[in-house]
Design a protein around this ligand. Sequence first.
Ligand code: ZN
Length: 461
Amino acid sequence: MDDERAAETSPGPATEQTGERAPEQATGRPGEQATGRAAEQHPEPVTAEDPSRRRALGLLAGGGAAVCLAAGAGIFALTRAPDGDPAPATLPPAGTPDPRAVAVVLANRARAVRERNRIAFLATVAAAPAAFQQAQARLFDNLTKLPLDGWEERPGEPQGTSGVIQVSLRYRLTGFDTGPVARTRHLAFAHRSGAWTIIGDGSSAGLADDADIADAGSLTIVRKGPALVVGDAPRLDEIARRLAAAVPAVTTVTGTSWARRAVALAPADAALAARVAGNDAGAGQDIARFAALAVVTPGPDGSPGQDRVVVSPAFGRLNDLGRRVVLTHELTHVATGGARDGRTPIWLIEGFADYVGYRNAGVPVRSAARELAAEVAAGRVPGALPTRSDFDGASGRLSQAYQEAWLACRMVADRYGETTLVRLYRAAGREPEAAALRRILGLPPDTFTADWRDYLRKELT
Ligand SMILES: [Zn+2]
């Protein structure tokens, strides 16, 4: 009966995001806000013709780590529906569904996905409005393209008497994932013709879903060696090729103690990219501006899940060098567990990723660190290594923070060797920063900082 109205609206998992939605929770616990902002600076569009902007966006991509660290705590949020959301495309549900009936319906859906049985899958939503059925058809078609292992929706708590059931969507990508990805979703059930059946998502109860790449438009999957790229953005082949090439480049520095493979998600829609990355959509207009982020998806029950490199549409505006540096930077986070790391100092996490990203890139230091070079040339040498707040987009010196961190790591590699830089990184993940500096470099922190300030003067002026 609501089909006419429903066709004009599109809430729920198949929503086309506008980028103007209200904030959704993107952190582990309801009530928390994601602390990271990938890209609150640099409102100008980045074009391949403007080297400084290219670099800015490259650095913004690095801003992902702040986001990833928030995400690494476990994004397993019960998201709330955005304010001002359009009228739901689902029928008004009621009552508390019979758990056994729900389990049967969800098992039917999982079996339909496993057996690639489109008719059986869509039979589970046959009583829902047309718009929801269409969204589910698109979802199913995307699922059949993915190398899925164990796709299922585990029933969770009923949401009051709304008829809405929270479900934990879980799956693995075969050949890449070492454990399940988990996302919180919602399905509305109603009693129709003597049976409990799905009539929509959680929007009727004001509940939004965690975003998943399968919510994108028609997916393309590209696999090149150790890289799997999934998305509906253009140029997935190029992303796969660059990511595959970055695997040995990162391994040369970090060693082989990581999976040496990576999954990149590349939605065509910037808002979906931000949501898939666990970024707070409340960043509003800023969400379109990060190029790529390394994140850890949620796993079951809020545990850390799987590494993903989320590539946003802004990536396409980088030049050749920028694309290479950005993907290598993010892959370095994957290799070192940067997005899972709450202990290593942020200047080491970001500086090391930029060190690997710029290694052999042939970019002059003063050009790669242009903003910081201008400050140092004007006599404004930073007094201390950048801290977490310096990597907040609100700091106003985001580019400089990355450049400071990069040059600290570059100095260690120049003076003590790359192997020592890697040892310092690993040590600082296990012991306090000062202890690591003393043990690996033989320097008290004050001396290290003084050396770094001298190095900035020497390299940038
Ligand atoms: Zn980074």
